[in-house]
Design a protein around this ligand. Structure first.
Ligand SMILES: *Cc1c(COP(=O)(O)O)cnc(C)c1O
Ligand SMILES: [Zn+2]
Length: 425
């Protein structure tokens, strides 16, 4: 993406050999103008035919047009719901808020949309070992897709603060799991180094084929809105894969005439893991990694590999960056959970980040907003239990739902249930 050097699609390569920069999948716009149409994509809605029954491969022309269908590894992912949420809209201060629930993917996070692209590419390359370093969800997804494809999945975990649901998934799906005494950022360096000599294909989000799959989140959301673009898309930012993919996807949709304007993107980071926010504050002039600390473990990343692509997204979409505290994240999560939707902590950045941007007058109350919920509530059950039982360090649970204890008799139950103490939602 920096120097314009091109490489064939079947070359095993993670960075530009000339300048060391990030790689982008470059599509043939002339070909796409003829093939990628609303009519084609709409005609595949509800189809039973693989791989077009996937919410990624429905847009195959825009994702990976010339891959043979029988190489595609799909569960099938995507097809996640876009929920109109009036109560949460009112809380955030806008009239129209849709939440796209990426926790409804096969392994419970949007990572599946990238992984179908990445593991498919491993098969194109004929490689039968794939690996990643992860804060959790990428590992869960890689483990599942590798198993589904019948190849070996290898996952590097940090040795602490891994959400229980994610670790459990990686082990259950049969990945080779390694706990490394290092944080995510160091793990990512290690996995790249060790993979080289061992014939392992690295599927972290430096892998451009993953980002192609993740573009489909935004294409699908806009199709669900009958191809009418929202004013804003709000997304949590950790390693900035989604932020990068969304910018590229929107840019392509616009170039192909599939949308008539580009929505603005708001990237929300946790205060304790906010390198992009800091860069944004200084006019994107410099970018410094930080030491990351946050309850939202999925975005606990201090040195996001994709930051240059995220900055490109900000330029392409007239985007903004906001930060939110762990307290704000956990309270917003409790509100989302209480709607019956549920999400993991990182996802709640979308809602509370939106509220903050509305309060600053950057997002206007009449503007239509799509927020992305990135992961499923069951990914991090401990965060739920600790919050609601007042056991989370430094967090005051403003929306705690306390579990009642009763003796095994009617009087005791009447005492509890007679009060009808409805908590505000
Ligand atoms: C990976 C992940 C994120 C961060 O997404 P990036 O694309 O790395 O910015 C946020 N939420 C959840 C649940 C995730 O799994
Ligand atoms: Zn280059």
């Amino acid at each position: 993406m920096d120097c314009g050097q091109q490489y064939p699609v079947d070359k095993i390569i993670y960075a530009c050999e000339k300048c060391g920069g990030l790689l982008d999948v470059q599509h043939d716009t002339d070909y796409l103008k003829k093939t990628a149409t609303h009519t084609l994509f709409d005609s595949r809605l509800g189809t039973l035919e693989a791989p077009y029954n996937s919410g990624v491969w429905r847009y195959k022309e825009m994702i990976y047009p010339d891959v043979s269908n029988d190489l595609v590894v799909s569960r099938p992912e995507g097809n996640t719901n876009l929920y109109r949420t009036p109560k949460l809209a009112a809380w955030a201060g806008v009239e129209t808020l849709y939440l796209k629930h990426e926790g409804e993917n096969p392994t419970g996070s949007f990572k599946d949309r990238g992984m179908t692209g990445g593991v498919t590419q491993a098969r194109v390359l004929g490689i039968d070992r794939v690996a990643c370093a992860s804060t959790g969800n990428t590992s869960a997804s890689l483990a599942a897709y590798a198993a589904w494809a019948g190849i070996e999945g290898i996952v590097f975990f940090q040795n602490k603060q891994i959400a229980a649901g994610k670790l459990a998934q990686a082990i259950a799906y049969g990945a080779t799991g390694v706990q490394v005494n290092a944080d995510f950022d160091r793990n990512l360096e290690l996995v790249r180094e060790v993979a080289e000599g061992l014939g392992i294909y690295v599927l972290n989000s430096i892998n451009p084929f993953r980002l192609e799959g993740q573009k489909s989140i935004i294409i699908e959301a806009i199709q669900q809105l009958r191809w009418k673009v929202p004013d804003w898309i709000v997304v949590p930012g950790g390693n900035l894969g989604n932020s990068s993919a969304f910018g590229k996807g929107l840019h392509e949709l616009y170039s192909l005439g599939l949308i008539d304007r580009i929505p603005r993107i708001a990237i929300i980071q946790a205060e304790g893991a906010n390198p992009l926010y800091r860069s944004y504050q200084n006019g994107l002039k410099s970018f410094e990694p930080v030491h990351a600390e946050t309850v939202a473990t999925a975005i606990k990343i201090g040195n996001p590999v994709n930051y240059k692509k995220a900055i490109r997204t900000l330029k392409w979409t007239d985007g903004v960056v906001e930060e939110v505290s762990d307290q704000e994240i956990m309270d917003a999560k409790a509100l989302i959970d209480r709607q019956g939707l549920g999400c993991e902590p990182a996802s709640a950045c979308s809602l509370v980040g939106l509220r903050k941007l509305v309060s600053k007058g950057i997002i206007k109350s009449h503007e239509t907003v799509v927020g992305i919920l990135t992961g499923h509530v069951l990914k991090d059950p401990e965060a739920v239990m600790h919050y609601h039982s007042h056991e989370m360090d430094g967090i005051e649970p403003h929306y705690a739902n306390t579990l009642h204890q009763s003796d095994a008799n009617i009087d005791s139950l009447r005492e509890i249930l007679g009060k009808k103490e409805l908590t505000p939602a």
